[in-house]
Write a protein that binds this ligand. Structure first.
Ligand SMILES: Nc1nc2c(ncn2[C@@H]2O[C@H](COP(=O)(O)OP(=O)(O)O)[C@@H](O)[C@H]2O)c(=O)[nH]1
Ligand SMILES: [Mg+2]
Length: 472
């Protein structure tokens, strides 16, 4: 360790989620994770960032405290509790809890500039008796302590989350008056929360180390900003491509329609939709990988969307006779939209493509009588449904801690939906204008859409995390 390094030590009771959180922060599969005690039995350092000047922020994943009542009794008996305990020899295999506790304490004493003490927030503060004793031990080691609440469950509205954090703050105040506590879930954390943690750490460090930490933060922010911009770029260009896409209507005889072979519009819509699905799926997989998550946007979800196409086709059949395809689609969309885009029965891609909330259906189709040919394209009128779907998907990926394993689509909290909807409603007219311009200028890379999508997403993240700051 050099003077150019700041060291954070992840400490907790065993099995709370240190290694999982380390993976989430490092965007790497380090160590071993399992739902049992003392899986990690030696401390290991990993680089969180290295600046161009060689300054390093490093994170130690450590073995957890174990058998805290016995450990505590042991410490109480000794005259100089820490020295006594740390100089004793514990067997790594036959007395794993005390060996691991000792390793964790060595690590803090020798290396830590700041201790990140992780707590399982799915327990009640009052019943997690080991917390108080472990905090006391850490206080003897005399390093600044930051408490992180892990296992918070799925993301919550900021006011609800704040109430929960306050309960723990209150509890920690009885141990030490100035303990800092923030929510930091290993499974469902968002990268913007990292900024909140780094700011807290600056304040905990001695003044002479702060400039070094500030430089490391610049480097960490660059990485997060880069990922955000790339994700917006993948989604923006997908939307650009989708809105510039059109499918020509092929001529069709009266008997084809009579024999239910499908109208020219239906065929064209189906082809357009297929390409749209593929474009979206690819962009969604790209953002999953941008966040260094294993896995991809799955095919099955597209199948789910296909079922809806089926329904659409049936529903629209009578209307096509009257030459009102887009009207039929919008009518159905209105029914679906009335319930809002809930994720009750659907998955993320499904939400964009048709299941549950139906952005595609809601977006509607324009049948255009062109100069040379007739064609269908997505209507710009409700383009914000697409934008909303893309934002919801982005939120899901940005909250998917890598420690959780391979990317899977999950039901997402309803308040995201409401927050995203508010952000896109405010920009409704602008989105429509941008989409129309995208078409006129054949902006297939979606530059203009990306700008408005980034704005709406940034606004949403700041609504979800009012304490965060996001650089432009
Ligand atoms: N639900 C949930 N489970 C978690 C979270 N973090 C860790 N876990 C689980 O808790 C268990 C212990 O995790 P691990 O990282 O090995 O804990 P460690 O002993 O503190 O390093 C594993 O089964 C993890 O999947 C979290 O934020 N939420
Ligand atoms: Mg571990």
């Amino acid at each position: 360790m050099t003077a150019q390094t700041i060291t954070l030590s992840l400490i907790s009771h065993t099995n709370v989620g240190k290694t999982t959180l380390a993976r989430t922060l490092l965007y790497k599969d380090i160590g071993e994770v399992a739902d049992r005690a003392h899986v990690t039995d030696i401390s290991e350092a990993y680089e969180l960032t290295r600046t161009s000047k060689g300054e390093v922020l490093q994170l130690y994943d450590t073995p957890g405290f174990g058998d805290t009542p016995r450990l505590w009794k042991h410490l109480e008996r000794a005259n100089t509790p820490l020295l006594g305990f740390l100089s004793e020899v514990w067997d790594r295999f036959t007395d794993r809890p005390l060996w691991c506790s000792q390793q964790a304490m060595f690590n803090v004493r020798e290396h830590a500039d700041v201790v990140l003490y992780l707590v399982n927030a799915s327990e009640e503060p009052e019943t997690a008796g080991y917390v108080e004793k472990e905090m006391k031990i850490l206080q003897w080691l005399d390093k600044p302590i930051m408490v992180l609440l892990n296992q918070m469950g799925s993301p919550k509205q900021s006011s609800v989350e704040e109430d929960e954090v306050n309960r723990w703050r209150h509890h920690f105040r009885s141990i030490s008056n100035d303990t800092r506590v923030i929510a930091f879930d290993a499974f469902a954390r968002c990268w913007v929360q990292e900024g909140i943690l780094w700011k807290e750490i600056v304040e905990l460090l001695p003044a002479k180390q702060r400039p070094l930490m500030e430089n490391c933060i610049v480097s960490l922010n660059e990485r997060n900003k880069g990922r955000f911009q790339k994700a917006m770029s993948h989604l923006g260009s997908a939307l650009g491509k989708i809105f510039c896409d059109r499918e020509a209507l092929q001529g069709q005889g009266f008997f084809d329609t009579l024999l239910s072979k499908g109208s020219a519009e239906e065929k064209a819509v189906s082809l357009l939709k297929e390409r749209t699905e593929e474009t979206l799926r690819k962009a969604l997989t790209d953002i999953v990988h941008e966040y260094e998550l294993p896995g991809e946007a799955k095919r099955e979800i597209s199948k789910e969307a296909d079922i809806n196409t089926e329904k659409t086709a049936n529903k629209s059949k009578w209307a096509i006779g009257g030459g009102m395809l887009s009207g039929a689609l919008s009518g159905l969309a209105a029914d679906l939209a009335a319930g809002g885009m809930t994720f009750g029965g659907g998955m993320m891609l499904g939400a964009i493509l048709g299941a549950g909330g139906s952005a595609l259906l809601a977006s509607g189709i324009n049948t255009i009588k062109g100069k040379h040919e007739d064609y269908v394209e997505w209507s710009s009128e409700k383009a914000d449904h697409f934008v909303r779907g893309a934002m919801l998907y982005y939120l899901a990926v940005a909250h998917y801690g890598r420690g959780r394993g391979e990317w899977r689509e999950t039901k997402e909290p309803k308040f995201w939906n409401d927050t995203v909807k508010r952000a896109t409603s405010r920009l409704h007219k602008d989105i429509e204008t941008v989409v129309n311009r995208t078409r006129q200028t054949r902006d297939v890379n979606g530059h203009a859409i990306r700008t408005i999508l980034s704005k709406a997403t940034r606004d949403t993240l700041l609504t979800l995390y009012p304490n965060a700051s996001i650089e432009r």
